[in-house]
Design a protein around this ligand. Structure first.
Ligand SMILES: Cc1cc2nc3c(=O)[nH]c(=O)nc-3n(C[C@H](O)[C@H](O)[C@H](O)COP(=O)(O)OP(=O)(O)OC[C@H]3O[C@@H](n4cnc5c(N)ncnc54)[C@H](O)[C@@H]3O)c2cc1C
Length: 289
């Protein structure tokens, strides 16, 4: 099922994000945890893709397994900055052959060994979106967006102008980078609607369940940490069980606020933690129905 179809359902829903194994040896463990996540009945599951493309096969295997065995729609991520045209085209064909209808089209983070911009087959995500559209217009294509501005952008106006180009190139929906202050999302939504971006924007929420994770999350996303969240980490960071519970409740509270403010679908960066996904659902059981 296409993600855009999933999003038209008139009920509150959560989708979950998982990541593929980095090695053959880890495959069974990842498959098992992603299956447990699929069994929780999310609206869809998205499967990330290594920026260098090295684990590309696993993204597809995990996404196909969840779709085929549990009937849960899947979204296969695909990055392009470090790939050749042939690799990308082959991979798009493999996604189609696996019966997956949804691709998250990303540039990917630039790695130390990524080719310089002028040598890249695809410079930006918009080039990949055009490629996917030209190969198979029937794919449902997602893109990334950044309520707190992508770190490489000069300012929010430029970031939103580039975002509009992605949508004009054929992006059907967008998912945000994680944020910990919903006001940033509401303000972003207002600005992009004003700029003429009308596709669905899935807010991305990450439950932070240990103190080390927060440092990683900030490094990755540059997200603003509100005082309310920082004090929770300061108070419970040294107590793993308490921190986990507090992080889950904080994320659930963010989701409830999003639902209360008219958002129906939230994407949760549960990564490969079925217990965290399950605890979020438990906190929202009567709301999700
Ligand atoms: C929801 C989500 C999922 C993600 N999943 C993955 C994943 O699975 N694997 C992974 O490796 N990474 C993933 N990332 C991280 C992502 O790859 C990085 O944030 C990357 O740095 C940018 O990717 P993008 O697709 O947003 O790039 P782009 O849309 O290309 O934007 C990157 C920068 O270039 C600018 N830009 C865009 N188009 C142009 C243009 N035509 N000319 C000049 N400047 C331009 C933008 O404003 C921005 O500053 C994800 C991020 C998000 C938010």
């Amino acid at each position: 099922m296409r993600i855009t179809e999933v999003l038209t359902k008139n009920s509150f829903s959560l989708s979950f994000e998982v990541f593929p194994p980095k090695t053959d040896a880890a495959f069974e463990t990842v498959r098992s945890s992603t299956e447990q996540i699929a069994l929780l009945g999310p609206a869809f599951v998205s499967v990330t893709y290594g920026a260098g493309g090295g684990t590309s096969r696993y993204t597809l295997d995990i996404a196909k397994n969840i779709k085929d065995r549990y009937g849960v729609p899947t979204l296969a991520h695909l990055t392009c900055a470090s790939s050749t045209r042939e690799e990308v085209r082959r991979h798009i064909g493999d996604i189609r052959a696996a019966g997956i209808e949804n691709i998250m089209a990303l540039r990917g983070d630039l790695l130390p060994d990524s080719p310089p911009e002028e040598e890249r087959a695809y410079r930006h995500a918009v080039d990949l979106i055009r490629e996917i559209r030209s190969i198979d217009p029937d794919f449902c294509v997602g893109g990334a967006c950044y309520p707190e501005v992508h770190p490489e952008s000069r300012n929010s106006e430029e970031d939103i102008r580039r975002l509009k180009e992605k949508v004009d190139a054929g992006c059907d929906f967008l998912t945000t980078q994680m944020f910990f202050d919903n006001a940033l999302y509401y303000s972003f939504l207002y600005r992009i609607r004003e700029a003429g971006v009308t596709v669905p924007i899935l807010p991305g929420v990450m439950p932070i369940t240990n103190a080390a994770q927060i440092a990683r999350a900030i490094k990755l996303s540059g997200s603003f940490i509100p005082h309310r969240f920082q004090s929770l980490v300061d108070r419970f960071g040294d107590d793993p069980k308490a921190m986990k519970q507090a992080g889950i409740v904080y994320a659930a509270d963010q989701i409830i606020d999003l639902f209360a403010n008219g958002i129906r679908n939230v994407h949760v960066y549960t990564m490969n933690k079925p217990d965290v996904a399950e605890a979020i659902l438990r906190n929202l059981s009567d709301i999700l129905g």
